[in-house]
Design a protein around this ligand. Structure first.
Ligand code: FES
Ligand code: FE
Length: 420
């Protein structure tokens, strides 16, 4: 491991210790993360699935607090500010395209170019001096692997690949997309939950674990040396930025006890561990050790393999507003064989990935994120949280983002105060 990881680890570890000892509020060294309630500006995000915007169709979405209209006309997809500059109504409330080149506001007929957002004409005042002077924001957009990616920001958009976990866009990646859904929790809580080594405990109650009789441990605990050995930090200028970690050297806790007041102890077992031999438990732990988990800027998690070879699981926690994010999940198989790719898209992905993962596993992550929201959203949780050792990896992520974010989204951006 390099010096960068070592420095990150030491600095953040010191903060965890200090946070445990202090009660007064202090400025934490991950300021950008604390400020990024609405997301990181100047990044690409998954915004919708291609299949949900048919030709001639529309979808109104909210990304980082900004209302955006997706419109597919004449076979081309556009992403436009969903706010009429005349009196502010959302076009998506009653979307109207008289031509494949234009969007007309349903209220007083201001009509804009779909491609660059400029005011083309006003149907009831075609000689208006506003024509050519007014415009709505047109967002950079790319459609890849059935996913619509939108860039939210003011700078020239970098290549999409810089903001996507490695592998998802590869030529040989066959991407099966689950239906995205909204979760009432801030996007940062979702990033942290996905990577959190201590959170595995919640999955003991996931249908996947129960149905298959797989105990999911009390959580992983790493010591600092093993974090250094197993964490790989990627921050090349010309590519995606993120962390990966193998569970290989973590201590997967499968036995625990609670000390009683009288000095005795009560052994606690995981529901699915009952009746399993130590040998069987070791095999399960080895299986868990084989996964590599990575968190990638701005908001994507990759688990490889998951739930088993040959599947790679990707998920994205896309900021929607202060109190919610849109949860995207993708099940990926790498192959160049078209028959195999067809089989993946038309049955295998559903059986081998979507049912065990989307329906039977990550619902517990969604549950946990929602439970975090009140404390972090309303009760100063970012300042009041009392971290413990396994949180070091989360604080490394917070510092990493603080260093590499291209910008922070503000409420003013969400209100439309940005260049067009
Ligand atoms: Fe859109 Fe008046 S509000 S034209
Ligand atoms: Fe999880």
């Amino acid at each position: 491991m390099g010096d960068v990881e070592k420095t990150l680890l030491e600095e953040t570890a010191a903060w965890v210790d200090e946070a445990r000892a202090k009660t007064e509020r202090t400025k934490k060294p991950w300021g950008v993360w604390i400020d990024a309630e609405l997301g990181l500006r100047n990044h690409w995000y998954p915004a919708a699935l291609s299949r949900d915007v048919e030709d001639g169709g529309f979808q109104g979405i909210t990304l980082l607090g900004e209302d955006i209209l997706l419109a597919r006309q004449g076979g081309r997809l556009f992403a436009l500010e969903d706010r009429c500059p005349h009196r502010g109504v959302r076009f998506s409330a009653r979307p109207l395209c008289y031509t494949p080149e234009t969007l007309t506001c349903w209220y007083h007929t201001l009509t804009f170019n779909l491609d660059d957002g400029e005011l083309r004409t006003i149907l009831n005042e075609p000689d208006s001096p506003l024509i050519g002077k007014l415009r709505i924001k047109s967002y950079p957009l790319e459609e890849r692997k059935g996913i619509v990616f939108v860039f939210v920001g003011d700078v020239a958009a970098p290549p999409l690949e810089h903001d996507v976990a490695p592998g998802l866009l590869d030529d040989d990646a066959v991407v099966y997309c689950a239906d995205p859904y909204v979760i009432e929790a801030n996007w940062r809580l979702a990033c942290e939950n996905g990577y959190d080594p201590g959170h595995q405990f919640i999955h003991n109650w996931s249908p996947f674990s129960v149905k298959n009789g797989i105990p999911m441990s009390f959580g992983w605990v790493s010591n600092q040396e093993s974090v250094l050995r197993t964490t790989h930090y990627v921050d090349d200028d010309d590519g995606p930025k993120g962390f990966t970690r193998k569970a290989a050297e973590t201590n997967i806790v499968q036995e625990a006890r609670i000390p009683m007041r009288d000095g005795s102890v009560v052994d606690v077992t995981l529901p699915a561990a009952e009746g399993k031999t130590p040998e069987e438990l070791r095999e399960i732990a080895e299986y868990a050790h084989s996964c590599e988990v990575g968190l990638w800027m701005p908001c994507m998690l990759k688990v490889e393999p998951w739930p088993a070879e040959p599947c790679i699981h990707f998920e994205a926690y896309v900021p929607r507003d202060e109190g919610s994010h849109t949860y995207f999940q993708f099940g990926v198989m790498k192959t160049r064989d078209t028959a195999e790719a067809d089989a993946w898209m038309n049955g295998r992905a559903r059986e081998e990935w979507e049912i065990p993962t989307v329906e039977d596993f990550t619902i517990d992550d969604a549950f946990a994120r929602k439970e975090l929201q009140k404390f972090y959203g309303e009760e100063d949780g970012w300042l009041r949280e009392r971290l413990y050792r396994p949180d070091i990896e989360l604080t490394m992520w917070r510092k990493f983002v603080t260093k590499h974010a291209r910008g922070v989204q503000t409420r003013d951006h969400a209100r439309g105060y940005f260049p067009r």
